[in-house]
Design a protein around this ligand. Sequence first.
Ligand code: ADP
Length: 640
Amino acid sequence: MKSRIGIRGRLFIAFGLVVIMTVVTGMIGWLSYSKLGESLHQVVQTNIPTMSLVAELSERGAAITGIAPALAVAEDELEREKIWALLFENLQGMDALLVTAGDSPDDVPVQGSLTSLVESLTSNLRELDENVRRRLWYRSIKEEQTQRLRWISADFLDEVEPMIDDTQFNIEVRLNQANAVGSKILIGAGKQDFNVASVNQQALFRIKADGNLLTGLIGRAPYLPDYESLRASELYLHEVQSRLYEDLAVVEGIAGSLSLHQSLEDILGFASGEQSLFDQRREELEILLIGKQLLERNRKLIEQLNHLISTRVERARDVAAKETLRSQQSIGRGKLWMLITVSASLILSVAIVWLYVGRSMVGRIARLDTSMLAIADGYLETEVPVEGSDEISDMAMALRTFRDQLLETQAELVQAGKLAALGQLSAGIAHEINQPLAAIRHYARNGEKFYQRGNHAEVQGNLEKISELSERVHGVIKQLNSMARKPSKGLYQVDLAEVIQNVLLLLEGTVKSCGAKIKISIDPDSQKVLAGQLRLEQVMLNLLTNALHAIENEDEKIVSISASLQRNQVELSIHDTGPGVTEEYQKHVFDPFFTTKEIGKGLGLGLPISYNIIRDFGGSLSLDTNRDGGATFRISLLRE
Ligand code: ADP
C-alpha cells in the first residue's frame, strides 16, 4: 500500500521546519552573544588589568614626581625621613604592581622596560636621599663650625683688646711722664717706649680689625653661593692672613702675643685643612649640584615612565578598539544571519499558511463546502473535485459516494414516482374506460335483445350510444398517448393555459363526479413559462388531483388556479377549499412516501416528484403556510 502523509503529518513537517528555523535563529543569536561575550572577556582579561596597572603606575609616578623635589629641599632629618618613607612606599607599590601585573606575552617588552625603569627610579631616589642626607649633615656641621668660630673669635677679641688697652696704658704713661717734666717732646728712652707702644698699638688695632675680617670671611664662606666667590674670598683671606702675620711679627714679644697668635691660628684653622669651611662649602656645593642633577634625572625617569605608561595605554586602547571592532563585526554578522533566518522562517510560515493551509487546505475545503452545499440544495449533478491525497480528499471521495448514492436513490424515487403515476393513471384509465365499456356492454346486450325482437329503432339508438361511448374512450386514449410521449429534457416556452386545459381534460371525470368548481385566472403577461410541457402537466395533474381529493368531502368545493408575474417570475398558485395541511404535516408533505391517504390510494410520491421537476425547470414549488382555510401550493417559474 502506498504510504501517505496526512494533514497532521504535513502540518507537523511544516511547523517542524518553522521550529527548526526558529532554533537556528536562536542558535545564531546564541553564537553571536557568546562571541561578543568572548570579546568582552578578552577586553576584561587583558585591558582592564592593564588599564588599572597603568593608572596606578601613573598615580604612583605622579606622587613620586610631586614628592621628589620636596626630598631635595628637606630642611631636616625628620622631614627627610618622612619624605623618603613616602617615596619608598610609592616605589614599593610600583614594584608590587609590576610583580602582580598580568604576564601576557603582549606585555613583556613594555613590562621589561617598566621594571628596569622603576629600578632606575629607585636607585636614583636612593642616591637623592643619600645626597640630601649628606647635605643635611654638612649643614649641621656648618652650623657647629660657625658656632665654634664665633667662640674662637670671641676668645681672639678677649686676647687682643687687653693688649690694646695695655699699649694704650703704656702710651699714656709716657705722655704723662713727658707732661710731668714739662716737656712737650718725649726724648730718649721715653720716646722710644712711646714709639714702640704706639707701633704695637697700631699693629694690634690692625690685628683686631683683620682678625674680625678673617672671622667674617671664614664665617661667610659656608654661605657663599658658588666656587668663584669662595675662590675670591679665599684669595682675600690669604691677603689678610699675610698682613696679619706681618702685624703679629710687630707685636711679637709683647705680653699675650703668643696666645693672640694661637687664637688667630685657631681662626685660620677654619680656613684650611680638615676643618676648612671653604672646603666644606665646596663639598656642599658639589652635593647640591649632584642633588640637582639627581632631581633632573628623576624628572627624566618619571618622564620616561609616563611615556611608557602612555605607550601602554595606547596599546591597551588599540587592543580595546580592535576587540570592539571585532565585537561590532560579530554583532553585525549575527544580526545579518538572524535577519536572514527570521526572514526565511517568516517566508516559510507565510508560504505554509498561504500555499498549503490557504490554497491547498482551505481552498480545497471551501470547494468541498461549495459542493456539499450544492448537493444539500439538491443539485446532485454537482462535480465533487477530489484533489491531493489526504483527509480532505477522503472527505471528497466520501461526498462523491454519498452524492452517487443520492443520485441512485433519486432515480429510484423517480422510478417509483413514475410507477405510482402509472398506477394512478391506470386507475384513472380503468375508471374512464371501464365505465363506457360497461355501458357499451349494456347497450350491446340490449341492442341484441332489441334486434331479436325486431325493434330496430331501439337498436339504432343503442348503436348511437355505443358510438358515443367509443368516442369518449378514444378521447381518453388520445390523452394517454400525449402523456406517453417521452418528455424532452430541454426547456422551452410552454403555454400555461394549454397545460391547465390538458390536465383538466384528463381530470374531467373526477371533477364532474366530485362536483368541484374550477376557477382559472391567468394574467396575460404570465402566460408563457420556461418548462417542459409534459412534465409541467404531470405536476399540475398531481396538484389538482390532491386538491380534488381534499375537497371531496367539503361543502364548498372550489379549486382556484391563478398565475401572475412576481419579480419577473411567473407565480402559479393552486388553492383549494379543502381542510388544508395541518401544521404538523406541513414540513413533511414534500418528503417521499409521506401520505395521509389510505393504503392503495396514495403513495406519497406526487409532491416530491413535482418538487424535483419544478426545480429542474429552475423554479420552485412550495406550500403556502400563511393562508387560512384550504391548501395553497405555489409554483414559481422562469418566464420564457
Ligand atoms: P399522495 O397524494 O399519494 O398522498 P402526495 O405527495 O401527492 O402523495 O401528497 C402527500 C400528502 O400531502 C397527501 O397524502 C396529503 O396528506 C397532503 N396533501 C397534498 N395536497 C393536499 C391538499 N391540497 N390538501 C390537503 N392535504 C394535501
